[in-house]
Design a protein around this ligand. Sequence first.
Ligand code: CLF
Ligand code: SF4
Length: 497
Amino acid sequence: MSQVISLDSILTQPASTAEMRADLSKGGCSSSSCGSSEGPADMPPEVWEKIKDHPCYSEEAHHYFARMHVAVAPACNIQCNYCNRKYDCANESRPGVVSERLTPEQAARKVIAVANEVPQLSVLGIAGPGDSLFDWRKTFKTFELVEQHLPDIKFCISTNGLALPDHVEEIAKHNIDHVTITINMVDPEIGAQIYPWIYFEGKRITGVEASRILHERQMLGLEMLTERGILVKINSVMIPGINDDHLKVVNAEVKKRGAFLHNVMPLISAAEHGTHFGLVGQRGPTPMELKALQDDLAGGANLMRHCRQCRADAVGLLGEDRGQEFTLDKLPEDISYDPEKRKLYRDLVEAERADHRKATAAATEALAHVAEPEAAKPLLVAVTTKGGGRINQHFGHAREFQVFEVDATGVRFVGHRRADNYCVGGYGEDDKLDVIIAALEGVSTVLTAKIGDCPREALEKAGLTVSDAYAYEYIESSIGAYYTASVGTVDAGRASA
Ligand code: CLF
Ligand code: SF4
């Protein structure tokens, strides 16, 4: 069993650098189990260097590193049918939440405050609340101010792409190595069902013509970025009946133009959000429909499956939101950056990741020896985690479950399922259990750090197997060990749902 080291304690935010040093020294990676920290064999080292600390571009990094967004770009130059302008840009956000708008100066102050308190911080992103490149002056001013103070943070932007070709040179100048373009179609007829209008060259343009221009600008921007070696992620909102089948074509087209990742996100649509799609009853996909499409896209552009559709002012690891700790009223007036905590954290993570990779490789090797024919059938296993790549969260505190698929070929992350946490103030709430069970559609097993008798019984009654036998262990090796031990005994009925 791997030693439980103190990344977990770092995630609970030690108050001072001295305190964190003490936390680090309590555990640490044992020298016998830490290997060298090599990048994945399937990409050039310079690309790995760019993504290894980026929680969105590397699935592995999202266990360890955090992003923060600053909401400096309120205006937008297009209208999406899943967006209500009262709220943040739904291309990278859940609809229905509003961010505190900041000036570039306020944003820079906030970044320093977060960097001092959140050692996992590695990326500053600008993802709205409107379009980061329509409001390009505020976006670039913010990066300019931040790079004067924090030379070791990565910059990232998200855009609908309409203004992108006009700003590629500026993007390269500011060392923005990561750009997300939301591309929901490459066929303007389909686009016309998603975008009622765009605002381009001083004119409002509607219908198929609007989508044709948007499409051309998106493709041009993508090509210009990849020519300059900037990593481009494509976000696509999956809208059943409108672009779900079409996203296979989108995947092929963006792959052809050098996109690094494709992130297919589910449409989130409800009448109370006041969006066009919400009001006309356009539904989003179920978790299993999303998974089926993602599975169909295998072999095309690399897929991102761990997106959390975070807010334009999100702070923290993906899946957690610490934004409320850093609102303007809580920021000190005078603030200077102390790089020490982040540096210590990075050193520890290097060792921990190497150990984690080694454990995962050993689990994959063991799975290859599972001989029973049932082993060919994949299972979906949900785990509760608060970061660090371990099963280290109580069931009652989980706001989401990470879902992995396992079979004799290995353990693969396939997505997450959101669910309100079950335990409120020490008491479980039964109606939330129903929501959780519904959210776990298709899942056969839950591995958690701890679970009470009542929720365990309810989950088992719903056909799920529940275990806390792997508490605080690495996720992939635990799932591998669980699968190896249970082949032939697991009820895979739910898995085929
Ligand atoms: Fe932010 Fe986007 Fe950069 Fe990440 S988010 S601008 S690439 S730093 Fe990440 Fe959030 Fe998904 Fe975006 S989980 S919504 S993909
Ligand atoms: Fe809304 Fe973003 Fe679309 Fe603009 S690009 S309309 S802010 S979802």
